[in-house]
Design a protein around this ligand. Structure first.
Ligand code: MOS
Length: 739
């Protein structure tokens, strides 16, 4: 089915079996906590594997002048050393391939180095320790050349529109801004963000004849299969890619990387399985990261706080021969009303590893700027920041001029303010002191774009009444196995224990995988469609009008008849196929999920240290399939947002083009001690324009605006506005002293 019209009332709305929405525990939870859910590196299948270890380039740009692998080859246990001397021809990375994760990823193709940490050798040995030891004997000599590593607005280019439209204009921004009573012109910067998944990128690969089987950790098995085929120059059917359990993705596993390509190549040459994991340190350079950004925001408003002009210009980096850019101004096109609008994206082409999607690409850092600028405007206007947002609520999407599918930003703001006790907030910043702490409250609006992709699903019912769904979707830790179980159990009226969801295998029907928060809607809708087919087939064979058939307790009933599904399926079983595609509902309606976030912080006046005290997010994201999992998703996002505001900071060595703090001891993410009271609430909502499940994505929703709420609370506590993230004590303290 295709979304070409609003979805009519259906069995999901009816929820006769009560499976939809209930806080069901993760179906894979016990397997995971008892160690029976093998992640890629733990898969045991076939012959004993050999172990790969990657040697990374220690320059960012230049060439390998000499690479002698003799010593490594002679080291104990070593089976193979791959380098640019021995790699076979590979496909080339080409921006002409639209789907960027399907582009070939040649590794060690020649002597050129285009980014720090690029693999220069793979050492394969009998044991991991032997491989690591021998890898230390590979000491290439480099001829480095100067690279460019710093964002530079003066030389920045307009990116291609492959990822998103770089520029938009509505009305006349310059004139509208100049004519506004109150004008704000501020620039925010956000640092490099690293995905920091718990599970590193890892691969186990072996060949079965001319077909390679790859177990790895990826969000999108279809794209990964295409990339492997394009790189190794084989047909996609010659690649089977499996990713059953994934310890976090966050965008850093949208594509696959050198561990996959090099393990596959080594396994081919050795004729035995090879497994390679990236070290935590390697993950900073061998994979992608989020670019730092420089964002200029200009807001022009009338004295009563009605926006007249909104301008957002965002600069990020793109690897020199790449086309990704951080679409940090995208949400500014749709969040607030205002007649004169302008957004720009520019990129500096740098000699760094590729920048790509990371946790809500666009909004996560875009709102760190926009929502603090709104707070600044409220302050200038002496207006409550919640009130400022209420005054700028659009009736239609202000750029696309189409209605919103659903939009409950106002309701989220009101409900959040009420629950958080916003009325107790002092109207002036820097006024609430508790001993040596200054205490403040801040808020932010939340928005995240909503997508539906293409997906297919096979569904089969056997004579025991066991329902099995197969699709090349992944569960990156978000709970996909569980929500798909709920959908199938609800639709067929079977107990969840009789539902088997099989994911993460490129031999299964293609889906878009997990990304952009579209996973649940996309895979779930394909499964929904398959369930509809199966219901029709079952009703038909029971002699029941499908329109009147009810599915519950393992039976189909209606028209005065009733039959057991298992009996109807019989020994031969019943198999159907479902599919979903996005139609024109995304162009006829502006689709986003919304929320409002509120934070209270305390700032130590002696040290400048910021402590979060409590935080609340109120969200509206269509129907919620599973209360527990959805809450867990948005709480996780909020935690990342706190890290964005206060901690996360990829520090680039500007001389040598590498991340100096490339481990989790130095690259700080928010941990338990950073997160005291945090709560998330969903408002009731059903979005029939989005998909037949009437849900919206929640995976990236929580992070959007969370950091801005914290940053605005820091300002409210101290009266010190910091526009350079993260808000570490070295930036807070000088302001406190000056104040
Ligand atoms: Mo997401 S950053 O599209 O995995």
């Amino acid at each position: 089915m295709e979304m070409t019209q609003a979805s009519p009332p259906n069995a999901i709305d009816e929820n006769r079996n009560g499976q939809i929405g209930r806080p069901m525990d993760r179906v894979d939870g016990v397997r995971k906590v008892t160690g029976r859910a093998p992640y890629a590196y733990e898969v045991r299948e076939g012959d004993a594997p050999a172990y790969g270890w990657i040697v990374e380039a220690s320059i960012a740009k230049g060439r390998i002048a000499q690479l002698d692998t003799t010593a490594a080859q002679q080291a104990p246990g070593v089976l193979l050393v791959l380098s640019h001397h021995t790699m076979p021809p590979q496909g080339a990375y080409s921006t002409e391939v639209q789907q960027r994760f399907e582009r070939a990823l040649p590794c060690m193709a020649d002597d050129r180095i285009v980014a720090y940490g690029e693999p220069v050798a793979l050492v394969v040995a009998q044991t991991l320790e032997q491989a690591r030891d021998a890898a230390s004997l590979v000491q290439p000599r480099y001829e480095p050349v100067e690279g460019a590593y710093a964002l530079d607005a003066a030389t920045a280019e307009k990116p291609s529109s492959n990822v998103d439209e770089p520029d938009t204009d509505v009305g006349d921004f310059d004139t509208g801004f100049a004519a506004s009573d109150v004008r704000l012109d501020v620039t925010y910067t956000t640092p490099f963000h690293i995905h920091a998944q718990m599970e590193p990128h890892a691969t186990l690969a072996w060949w079965e004849g001319d077909r390679v089987v790859i177990h790895c950790s990826t969000q999108m098995v279809e794209h990964a299969r295409a990339r492997v085929a394009a790189t190794l120059q084989i047909r996609p059917e010659q690649v089977r890619l499996v990713s059953r359990y994934i310890g976090g993705g966050f965008g850093g596993k949208l594509p696959v990387f050198a561990d996959v390509i090099l393990s596959a190549q080594a396994a081919r040459q050795l004729g035995r399985p090879v497994k390679t994991a990236l070290t935590r340190q390697q993950m900073f350079h061998v994979t992608t990261h989020r670019s730092r950004t420089v964002q200029r925001i200009r807001l022009g408003a009338s004295r009563d706080g009605v926006l007249q002009a909104i301008g957002h210009e965002a600069l990020s980096h793109s690897a020199r021969h790449d086309d990704f850019f951080e679409s940090a101004a995208a949400q500014t096109r749709t969040l607030y009303a205002g007649p004169h609008r302008m957004t720009r994206h520019r990129v500096s082409r740098l000699d760094l590893p590729r920048a790509d999607s990371c946790r809500a690409p666009g909004e996560a850092v875009g709102l760190l700027a926009l929502e603090c600028a709104m707070d600044e405007l409220a302050c200038t206007l002496r207006m409550d920041p919640v009130e400022l947002r209420l005054r700028n609520e659009p009736r239609l999407d202000p750029e696309k001029q189409v209605p919103y599918s659903t939009r409950q930003l106002v309701q989220c703001l009101r409900e959040g303010a009420r629950r958080f006790g916003w009325e107790r907030r002092h109207p002036q910043p820097g006024q609430v002191r508790e001993g040596r702490w200054l205490v403040g409250m801040g808020m932010s609006a939340t928005t995240r774009s909503n997508y539906l992709q293409k997906a297919r699903c096979d569904l089969a019912l056997d004579g025991q009444g066991v329902l099995t769904a197969r699709l090349a979707m992944t569960d990156i830790g978000t709970g996909t196995y569980t929500i798909l179980t709920q959908i199938a159990a609800e639709m067929l009226g079977l107990p969840p224990a009789q539902v088997r969801i099989e994911l993460g295998d490129s031999d299964f029907p293609a889906t878009s995988g997990s990304g952009g928060s579209f996973g649940a809607a996309t895979a779930g809708s394909a499964l929904y469609d398959a369930c509809e087919q199966l219901r029709a087939a079952l009703a038909h064979s029971a002699g029941i009008d499908p329109a009147r058939a009810a599915f519950a307790d393992g039976k189909v009933s209606g028209s005065g008849k009733s039959a057991h599904l298992a009996l109807l399926a019989g020994d031969a079983g019943l198999a159907v196929h479902g599919e979903i595609a996005s139609g024109d509902m995304t162009s006829k309606y502006s689709q986003q999920a919304y929320g409002a976030q509120f934070a209270e912080v305390a700032v130590d006046t002696d040290s400048g240290e910021v402590r979060l005290r409590r935080m609340l997010g109120v969200f509206a994201a269509g129907r919620i399939l599973n209360e527990k999992l959805a809450r867990s998703q948005v709480l996780g996002g909020m935690v990342w947002g706190v890290g964005n505001a206060l901690l996360e900071d990829g520090v680039l060595d500007a001389r040598h083009g590498y991340f100096a703090n490339h481990d989790l001891a130095e690259y700080h993410v928010a941990a338990h001690a950073d997160i005291p009271g945090i709560e998330a609430v969903f408002l009731p909502e059903v979005d029939d324009k989005a998909n037949p499940l009437k849900i919206k994505g929640v995976g990236e929703l929580g992070i959007c605006g969370a950091g801005a709420a914290v940053a605005n609370a820091v300002f409210h506590a101290t009266g010190v506005r910091i526009r350079d993230y993260p808000l570490t004590l070295d930036k807070v303290l000088p302001g406190l002293r000056a104040g």
